[in-house]
Design a protein around this ligand. Sequence first.
Ligand SMILES: Nc1ncnc2c1ncn2[C@@H]1O[C@H](COP(=O)(O)OP(=O)(O)OP(=O)(O)O)[C@@H](O)[C@H]1O
Ligand SMILES: [Mg+2]
Length: 270
Amino acid sequence: MSELLIVEDLTVTFPTTRGPVDVVKGVSFTVGRDDTVGIVGESGSGKSMTSLAIMGLLPRGARTSGSIRLDGAELLGAADRDLRRLRGDRMSMIFQDPLSSLNPYYPVGLQIEEVYRAHRGRSRRAAREVAIAALEQVGLPDAGRRADHYPHQFSGGQRQRIMIAMALVCSPALLIADEPTTALDVTVQAQILRLLADLRRQSGTGMIFITHDLAVISSIATRVLVMRRGEQVEYGTAEQVFAEPRHDYTRMLLESIPRIDDPTNDGVSA
Ligand SMILES: Nc1ncnc2c1ncn2[C@@H]1O[C@H](COP(=O)(O)OP(=O)(O)OP(=O)(O)O)[C@@H](O)[C@H]1O
Ligand SMILES: [Mg+2]
């Protein structure tokens, strides 16, 4: 069976006053249908730039080389209108910061409806029903009434759920979740992880899950990509990477995972 997403030798370069800087350097990985690829690495290692390159949403000025194919079609260098057609429909992203990606001036239900209507072009009423169903699916209580509320009227965990509902409303084949739980407390974090794992199992969506936390990766990923300073230091199945890390940096990350049975672990540092 063909892979859903194939990233080959991806490089992302920014011009700077001191010359071009590569922030992603020759990264290659694949996402199968029904796979969860975990991308892990310290801050600034290029995780978000890798996902923005896939979505065609890199900041202005960025240059790319290599290849990114979704369902066999090349995305690097594709026309804007083709990428717009794919975004929100075949591929979706849950962004690192939900407050900056939800519009503060519109009710959340309407924002989800608009994503749906942009791709499916249905009536407002049909879109409204789909939006409310999506909010129910992510476990937002009283979704019919809450759909009319504005982003600031929700907690951080609820906003994250709303972002997930928006990303899933057209049943994408590929879902990228960029640190979707970092800003949340551990209990809510665990709920969101469970929710994403359930949704992925039910709908067979290929997923890329980005975090700087290997403990989170170990709970959901089938394949793991470790990045450091734009480079891919390790890539393999989760079993391979966890059982036999080949790189010192991965071993260091693995050693820093707090263990549940460790009496010095206060459960907060994860
Ligand atoms: N607009 C830009 N112009 C130039 N360099 C940039 C720009 N945006 C980000 N960078 C650089 O790209 C590198 C990779 O950034 P990226 O956002 O992908 O890191 P990350 O792994 O997602 O980190 P974090 O865990 O903090 O989110 C960083 O060194 C950053 O300074
Ligand atoms: Mg990031």
